[in-house]
Each structure stands twice: as structure tokens, then as C-alpha cells.
Design a protein around this ligand. Sequence first.
Ligand code: GLP
Length: 361
Amino acid sequence: MSKDYGDMYQYILESKKAVRNIISNHEEIFHDAVEYFFEGDYEQIYVIGSGTSYHSALAAKRLMEKVLKMKVFASYPIVFKDEQIFNKKTLVMGLSHAGMSASTIAGLDKAKECGFGTIAMTAERGRPVEHHGDVKLYVEIGEEKAGPKTKGYIGSIVTFMIFALKVALKQGKITQEEFEDYLNRMQAAADAIPDIAEAASNWYLKNKEDLLKCRRLYVIGYDNCLADMMEGTLKICEAVRYSVQGFELEEFMHGIYHCIDKNTYMLYVCSKGQYYDRILRLKRYFEEERHSHNFLITHEDTNNPKDLVFPFTDDEEFAVLQYIIPMQVLARKLSLDLGIDCNIPSDPQFHFKMHSYLKEG
Ligand SMILES: N[C@@H]1[C@@H](O)[C@H](O)[C@@H](COP(=O)(O)O)O[C@@H]1O
């Protein structure tokens, strides 16, 4: 009998419930990790993970730094492992969603060797990564069997954020009132996920014929939603299985523009904020001078069916829980119409062949 991988679209919708669950049960979920934090003396945090886990760390970093008033580095585990100079007062949070990534485990082991604090994080109980931290912190999202993680991305972001909020509250860096306000805003942002998914599905249907011809896609983003741009790029790439590249807006200007032509597809993640007008300027340039296929994800009505328009939140801190959703939906819908079941990895044995997953740890 073939393995059941569930359905990615269903998992996208379940993100709302997952966030509500983590918020409602925060006392229990974070108890051990928060207690552990106060047994140490830290001046900085490294959050390490690969793929979606890395992107969720990047998405949470800003809020973590803000409330903890402490430097937080989001890093690939292998880059962390190979770095030479560290502050001795470092806490390392290693996240592997499936709990088997050899790189995250190697990063946590290096942290232990250096005498740093270690928190092992996973969404799957009983997996090898659990044995490589001094304490465990679970991403409590329930089941997610599909290969490309969606609920896991959202659940991991809020897990990192709530951990930082709880530590900051206990340290007196934020008040109880502020803590609750953060949680309320987080929940409000996540509650909109099913509506965004519906809007994205309608947008996809309107543009399906054009999108189906795409074989080269660039995703552009910036600032508070940079992590969403990176995660969206990975998600679409994992699902449609052709070349999808993502760039930070300003970096994109430095060379990449040379390869944009009328056969190129461009997806612009236009989150509110300081670079909004600049991304529209770039879109206009490509529209007028290169005649590429351009699609905006935006809050502002453009009267253009190519654009996905939704009243995304004004909350810059939690917008990152919303702007990813259209790309998750696009990944799933487009891959289905391309005849790919992206729930199932193209080679379920790949990580074992490459030794990038450990079965035992
Ligand atoms: N294709 C998957 C990615 O989608 C995933 O994000 C990454 C990290 O996985 P984990 O968080 O389980 O360590 O591994 C795989 O390569």
C-alpha cells in the first residue's frame, strides 16, 4: 500500500487552527524551554535550520530581537557549524521540522561542544534531533505529512516568536499587557489565512492558462517579508519542479535584471512598508521595457486581474504570517495542473541516499 502524504492545501488551511492551538497552550508547550533559558546566561541566540525551518527562523528574528533586546542570528546549520569565532554566552535553537536533518543535528552537536545552551526543536515527536539538545521544544501543529511544509512554516514562526515573548515577559522586558497584545495580533493575522487561501485560489484560476506556460519564475521581496519571498521560492520550486529563483528587491537590481525577457514570469511580494513604491517601479520597468509576465501580491487594488489583491494586515510584525499564503496556494494548484503530486517527494529516499537525514541519532 502506498504511503499517505495528506494534502498540502488542507494543511495550508489548518495553519489557522495550529496557531490558535499554540497560543492557547503556550504555558505547557514552552514551560521547559523557558525554564532552561533562565538557567543560562545568554547574550545572543543562533536559530539554525534548513529550508523551511531556516526561513521560519528568519521570519521570527526581527520580533525576537525586538522583545529580547538581544542579537538573534538565523543561520544555515552547516554555516554555523563551520564558523570560528563565537560569543561564549550563546544559546542555539536547532529546528528540524521532520527531526532528521543531519545538518541541524551537526549544528546542535557543535553548539554542545562549544558549551553553548541548546534547544532541540521539531514538529515530530521521537525523532533523532530530540537527543541533540539539552531541552526539547515541539512545534505543536498536529500532523503534516505532505513533503512541502506549509502549516509547519507558520507554526515554526509562531513557536520562535512566542518563546521570545515569554522570555521577554519573564525578564520584565515587556509587560503582561504587551505580551497579550502581541498574541492577539498574531492570532488575528493567522485567522485570515483561510480567506487569503480562497482569494489566492480565485486569483490562480483567473491566471491559470498563463501560469501553466511558465518555466522560469523569479520571486522578489524585501524587508519584513523577505523570509516569505525565500520560503515562497522554495515552496513553488519544490512543487512545480522547475527553476524558481528568489531575490531581495535591491539585490535583484544588481545583475539579475539582465536575464528578464518576454518569457520570464515575475512574482512581486509587495508587503506594506518602506520599499513598496520601489517594487512597483521595478514592475513598471519590466512591464514597459521587457514585456515579462508580472504578478503582484498586494493590498492595494490595481484593477488588474493578474494581481492578487487582498486586505493584508497593516501589522508589520505579523504580516509575515500572511504574505506567504498565496505562494503556498500557487505551489499546490500549479503543480496539480502540471500533473505533479507535490505532496509526494520526487525521490522519497533522496535524503537517505545523500545522508542528509539521519534515521537514528
Ligand atoms: N525538501 C525539504 C525542505 O522542504 C525542508 O524544509 C528541509 C528541512 O527539513 P527539516 O526542517 O525537517 O530539517 O528539508 C528538505 O530538504
